[in-house]
Design a protein around this ligand. Structure first.
Ligand SMILES: NC(=O)c1ccc[n+]([C@@H]2O[C@H](COP(=O)([O-])OP(=O)(O)OC[C@H]3O[C@@H](n4cnc5c(N)ncnc54)[C@H](O)[C@@H]3O)[C@@H](O)[C@H]2O)c1
Length: 382
């Protein structure tokens, strides 16, 4: 019996299944008897369809509006997910006001290009909708502050989708750090190399590698450490000619120094030919925790020359599939009132400030020192 309990440790799929089975025998999920949360989704591109797919399988959610610019995307989504009138209405961006005015809409999912986020977030909050918005929340700190102020003023949840906080492996690293397993942390290293290289159309409106990519690593590192850096230094280079034309970079190294003495490094690339390379290493006085190199299947081939495995996950859609499922589940819980929004406003703003400081460091060739205001609580304002 002991062995069975031990063996289930860390098997999050089994633990979820077990919770479902126990729920069936007892009272079920806390939200099962509440009305389904009604959603409007803005943007049916790469990330929008991932969230739509997860929502469509969630019995506590109903998609009643989708807003999308492209007819091709609308037709694809309507047919694939069998989202038909009158249950689900598809609108063009010019018709989006209907959603803000419709009292049936409880929550809005913002999955459009970054430069459109702020307007949709502000209008949704003003009309009393809960908002789930893809990162980054807005193009600059002022825009982010306006969104956070609106969430406070209208007292509605605003979740910025830092999905790595919901990844089972990365979450386990945090839980084990919090339990004191490796003691005081001395060094954190993350590596995030994109695959495939994003399209030029996406890169043009991405907000640049620091605000589009580095924000994920910065958020994750600050979240696991529970503090913000006091100084950052970054170097960057652009190997791809098309990215150079955009005055953006494709290869970045960041060093952050935290008030506790912890040092963190981030290495980023817009294109790794061997797959979507996501690794984390946390080194402390009592040992080291790592998470990385995840593969779609565990098959290995052995021969006289060595052992080969299938490539690592190819892209964010597959590598972080479970994190996307779990963040949507969390947001439905937030909308139903059974959980507090787990990504708080001050950290969304802090991450944006740190990303901007890193970019400033790389562009101007200097270390940038950060001051944290009193609005944040905890170590160094976290
Ligand atoms: N958390 C993550 O892992 C993750 C991954 C990818 C993208 N993102 C973020 O998600 C956002 C979207 O990125 P993407 O890769 O899905 O882009 P995408 O280009 O694949 O999709 C965007 C979609 O929005 C549509 N659109 C454009 N303007 C619109 C408007 N005003 N109203 C409605 N639809 C509109 C486009 O036609 C397109 O289908 C970006 O902010 C990006 O930073 C997050």
């Amino acid at each position: 019996m002991e062995t069975c309990v031990e063996a289930s440790y860390g098997d999050h799929h089994y633990l979820k299944y077990k919770a479902e089975m126990e729920g069936m025998q007892t009272k079920g999920h806390i939200g099962d008897n509440l009305p389904a949360v009604t959603f409007a989704i803005f943007g049916l591109g790469r990330i929008g369809t991932i969230h739509l797919d997860n929502l469509s399988r969630n019995p506590r959610a109903k998609i009643i509006f989708c807003v999308e610019e492209s007819d091709e995307r609308i037709n694809y989504v309507r047919n694939k997910w069998k989202l038909m009138e009158p249950e689900t209405t598809f609108l063009k961006p010019s018709e989006q006001e209907k959603i803000f005015e419709d009292e049936r809409v409880d929550a809005v999912l913002v999955c459009t290009p970054t430069f459109t986020h702020e307007e949709i977030v502000l209008k949704s909050l003003k009309k009393g909708k809960a908002v789930f918005c893809e990162k980054p929340l807005a193009l600059d700190d002022e825009g982010i502050e306006r969104c956070l102020d609106a969430a406070k003023k209208y007292n509605r949840p605003l979740l910025c989708a830092f999905n790595r906080r919901f990844d089972p492996g990365l979450k386990t690293v945090k839980n084990r750090l919090d339990s004191g397993e490796i003691g005081k942390v001395q060094i954190v290293k993350t590596c995030s190399r994109d695959s495939p290289k994003p399209s030029l159309d996406y890169l043009k409106i991405s907000g640049g590698i620091y605000h589009d990519c580095a924000v994920h690593d910065i958020d994750y590192i600050c979240w696991i450490l529970g503090e913000y850096p006091e100084s950052v230094s970054s170097f960057a280079h652009t190997h791809f000619e098309d990215i150079k034309q955009l005055d953006d970079m494709d290869t970045v190294c960041i060093i952050m120094k935290f008030p506790s003495g912890t040092l963190a490094t981030i290495d980023l690339s817009r294109c790794a030919v061997y797959g979507y390379d996501q690794r984390v290493e946390v080194f402390g006085e009592g040992g080291m925790l790592t998470c990385g190199e995840q593969r779609p299947v565990g098959v290995r081939a052995h021969n006289g020359k060595g052992t080969t495995a299938v490539p690592i996950f190819f892209s964010f859609a597959s590598r972080y599939q479970e994190s996307y499922e779990d963040e949507i589940e969390h947001f439905v819980n937030v909308c139903q009132g059974s959980e507090e929004c787990s990504v708080d406003g001050s950290s969304i703003l802090a991450v944006s400030k740190i990303a901007a400081a890193c970019e400033e460091s790389a562009r101007e060739g200097k270390t940038v020192y950060l001051n944290w205001g009193k609005e944040q609580n905890g170590v160094n304002g976290f």
